[in-house]
Design a protein around this ligand. Sequence first.
Ligand SMILES: [Zn+2]
Length: 93
Amino acid sequence: MHPDQTKRITGRAIRRTVLELAARDGNRCALCGGPIDLDLAGTDPDGPTLEHRIPIALGGTNDADNLALAHHVCNARRGKRNPTQLGRQSRQW
Ligand SMILES: [Zn+2]
Protein backbone atom coordinates (compact mmCIF):
# COMPACT_ATOMS: atom_id res chain seq x y z
CA MET A 1 0.00 0.00 0.00
CA HIS A 2 1.17 3.50 -0.65
CA PRO A 3 -0.29 6.94 0.03
CA ASP A 4 -2.53 8.36 -2.62
CA GLN A 5 -0.74 11.44 -3.85
CA THR A 6 -3.29 12.45 -6.46
CA LYS A 7 -5.44 15.52 -5.99
CA ARG A 8 -8.64 13.60 -6.43
CA ILE A 9 -10.19 12.35 -3.19
CA THR A 10 -10.94 8.67 -3.42
CA GLY A 11 -12.38 5.75 -1.45
CA ARG A 12 -10.79 5.54 1.94
CA ALA A 13 -9.83 9.23 1.98
CA ILE A 14 -13.46 10.19 1.39
CA ARG A 15 -14.57 8.09 4.34
CA ARG A 16 -11.92 9.65 6.58
CA THR A 17 -12.86 13.16 5.45
CA VAL A 18 -16.56 12.46 6.02
CA LEU A 19 -15.80 11.49 9.61
CA GLU A 20 -13.61 14.57 10.11
CA LEU A 21 -16.32 16.87 8.81
CA ALA A 22 -18.95 15.17 10.96
CA ALA A 23 -16.76 15.76 14.00
CA ARG A 24 -16.31 19.41 13.04
CA ASP A 25 -19.79 20.34 11.82
CA GLY A 26 -21.98 17.59 13.23
CA ASN A 27 -23.51 15.02 10.93
CA ARG A 28 -25.82 17.42 9.15
CA CYS A 29 -26.36 18.09 5.48
CA ALA A 30 -24.93 21.45 4.41
CA LEU A 31 -27.63 21.75 1.76
CA CYS A 32 -30.88 20.76 3.49
CA GLY A 33 -29.80 20.86 7.16
CA GLY A 34 -31.13 17.39 7.84
CA PRO A 35 -29.23 14.68 9.71
CA ILE A 36 -27.00 12.31 7.75
CA ASP A 37 -26.58 8.65 8.66
CA LEU A 38 -22.82 8.18 8.45
CA ASP A 39 -23.25 4.41 8.32
CA LEU A 40 -24.79 4.62 4.87
CA ALA A 41 -22.59 4.33 1.81
CA GLY A 42 -21.89 7.49 -0.17
CA THR A 43 -23.72 5.89 -3.06
CA ASP A 44 -26.94 5.64 -1.02
CA PRO A 45 -29.33 8.55 -1.78
CA ASP A 46 -29.34 9.49 1.90
CA GLY A 47 -25.67 8.67 2.41
CA PRO A 48 -22.93 11.20 3.12
CA THR A 49 -21.04 12.86 0.29
CA LEU A 50 -18.51 15.68 0.23
CA GLU A 51 -19.89 19.00 -0.85
CA HIS A 52 -17.45 21.60 -2.14
CA ARG A 53 -18.41 25.05 -0.85
CA ILE A 54 -16.45 26.50 -3.75
CA PRO A 55 -16.63 24.11 -6.69
CA ILE A 56 -13.32 22.77 -8.00
CA ALA A 57 -14.28 24.24 -11.36
CA LEU A 58 -14.34 27.68 -9.76
CA GLY A 59 -10.99 27.35 -8.07
CA GLY A 60 -12.04 25.49 -4.90
CA THR A 61 -9.80 22.92 -3.27
CA ASN A 62 -10.19 19.55 -1.59
CA ASP A 63 -9.09 21.11 1.68
CA ALA A 64 -11.41 20.50 4.65
CA ASP A 65 -12.03 24.25 4.83
CA ASN A 66 -13.76 24.02 1.47
CA LEU A 67 -15.73 20.87 2.25
CA ALA A 68 -18.97 20.12 4.03
CA LEU A 69 -21.19 17.05 4.33
CA ALA A 70 -24.25 16.73 2.17
CA HIS A 71 -26.71 13.95 1.36
CA HIS A 72 -25.91 12.21 -1.88
CA VAL A 73 -29.33 13.19 -3.22
CA CYS A 74 -28.97 16.84 -2.17
CA ASN A 75 -25.56 17.07 -3.76
CA ALA A 76 -26.87 15.49 -6.95
CA ARG A 77 -29.91 17.78 -7.07
CA ARG A 78 -27.79 20.82 -6.54
CA GLY A 79 -25.67 19.83 -9.52
CA LYS A 80 -24.45 22.92 -11.27
CA ARG A 81 -27.38 25.11 -10.27
CA ASN A 82 -26.52 28.38 -8.62
CA PRO A 83 -27.32 28.99 -4.94
CA THR A 84 -30.37 31.13 -5.72
CA GLN A 85 -32.05 28.30 -7.56
CA LEU A 86 -31.07 25.89 -4.83
CA GLY A 87 -32.75 28.02 -2.17
CA ARG A 88 -35.99 28.15 -4.10
CA GLN A 89 -35.97 24.44 -4.84
CA SER A 90 -35.23 23.30 -1.30
CA ARG A 91 -38.54 24.76 -0.10
CA GLN A 92 -40.48 22.48 -2.43
CA TRP A 93 -39.10 19.26 -0.96
ZN1 LIG B 1 -29.54 17.02 2.45
